[in-house]
Design a binder for this molecule. Structure first.
Ligand code: IYR
Length: 218
C-alpha cells in the first residue's frame, strides 16, 4: 500500500514468529522476569560502566508521549557523591519514619521491615537516578510520568537480564537529588542502587498476585 506522508516513514516488518515459538519465548521471558526481586543488600563488587550503558540503552528504547523521550539517567560510582546522597536521603527518611504523621504508610510498609538507614546507597557500586523532564527547551512534555515509568521498567528488566540487581528507591521528598546532581528543572523520579546482591542478601517472602487478579478477559 502506498500512503501519502508529510513526514518521513520507513517500513517496519519484524519477522512473524510461529505461534509455538512466540509462546515458548513468552514463557521463558516470564520465568526470567519472575526471578527478579528488589534488593536492599548489595555486594560492593564493581560493575563495569558498560553494563550501566546497556541498561540505559534498553531504557532509551521505551515508547514515550509524542516520542519526546523525557528522561535522563544520571549514574555515579563516586564514593563522595554516593555518601552525600545517602546522608541527604537518610535525613528525609528519618523525618518520614520518626517525625511525619503518616500512619497508613507505616502500616502498609511494615512487612518490608525498612527503616531510615540506607546502607545500600553507599554499598552498591552504582547509583543511577532517573530524572523526568517536565519541559524540554521551554515546552511541556506529554505523558511525562508514564513515559519515564516505562523507561524505568525497561531499565530494571535489562539489569535483571544481565544478572544485576536494583531497587526502585524513592526517598520522599527527593528534590535534594536535583541539587546534588545539578539537574535543575528535572524531577527526580527513581533512585536506583545497582550492583550484585550481597552473598547474604535476603528479600521479604512476597508473592505475585495470581493471573486471574492481574488479567480480566472481558
Ligand atoms: N521511602 C521509604 C519508605 C518506603 C516507601 C515505599 I511505597 C516502599 O515500597 C518502601 C519504602 C524507604 O525507602 O524506606
Amino acid at each position: 500500500m502506498t500512503r501519502a506522508h508529510r513526514h518521513p516513514f520507513i517500513p517496519y516488518t519484524p519477522a512473524r514468529l510461529p505461534i509455538e515459538e512466540s509462546l515458548k519465548n513468552g514463557k521463558a521471558f516470564h520465568q526470567r522476569l519472575d526471578g527478579r526481586r528488589s534488593v536492599r543488600w548489595f555486594s560492593p563488587d564493581p560493575v563495569p560502566v558498560e553494563a550501566i550503558e546497556l541498561a540505559v540503552q534498553a531504557a532509551n528504547t521505551a515508547p514515550s508521549g509524542a516520542h519526546q523521550q523525557p528522561w535522563r539517567f544520571v549514574a555515579t560510582q563516586n564514593p563522595d557523591l554516593k555518601q552525600q546522597i545517602r546522608e541527604a536521603a537518610e535525613q528525609e527518611e528519618r523525618r518520614f519514619y520518626h517525625e511525619r504523621d503518616v500512619p497508613d504508610w507505616h502500616e502498609a510498609l511494615a512487612h518490608l521491615e525498612t527503616d531510615a538507614t540506607k546502607e545500600f546507597l553507599t554499598t552498591a557500586p552504582w547509583l543511577v537516578i532517573a530524572f523526568a523532564q517536565k519541559q524540554q527547551n521551554g515546552k511541556k512534555t506529554y505523558y511525562t510520568n508514564e513515559s519515564v515509568g516505562i523507561a524505568c521498567g525497561f531499565f530494571i528488566a535489562a539489569l535483571h537480564h544481565m544478572g544485576l540487581a536494583t531497587l526502585t528507591h524513592t526517598p520522599n521528598p527527593m528534590t535534594f537529588l536535583s541539587d546534588l546532581l545539578g539537574r535543575p528543572g528535572e524531577r527526580p523520579y527513581i533512585l536506583f542502587p545497582v550492583g550484585y546482591p550481597a552473598d547474604d542478601c535476603e528479600v521479604p517472602d512476597l508473592h505475585r498476585k495470581p493471573l486471574d487478579e492481574a488479567l480480566t478477559l472481558a
